[in-house]
Ligand binder design. Sequence first.
Ligand code: ZN
Ligand code: ZN
Length: 116
Amino acid sequence: MLDSHNIEMNHKYLDEHGMDELIGIIKHELAHYHLHIEGRGYQHKDRDFRELIKKVGAPRFCTPLPSELKKRVQSFKVYACSVCKQPYHRKRRINTAKYVCGKCGGKLQYIKTLER
Ligand SMILES: [Zn+2]
Ligand SMILES: [Zn+2]
């Protein structure tokens, strides 16, 4: 947690990955905090971070920090009316047999899934 500089570890890590990897993860997290406290580049893409990681022999990637989690890509499905081509964006799949275009009542067609 970058606010408190506490490290939260999930017990599952130890069970699933073993001690060596757990130590790697802790080193990695400490690198984040160390650089964050010093006001240097503490993100994965930052050079400061990558160099420190190399120096201490920690893995380059960790489980996402809560702040990174919020930025996670959202995907949504694009549908369009088969008659008037009005586009519709939905987070979930919809049953195109059940829903029709709000403008003209035409059948909706699945177009593609977008990420942002
Ligand atoms: Zn990380
Ligand atoms: Zn329509």
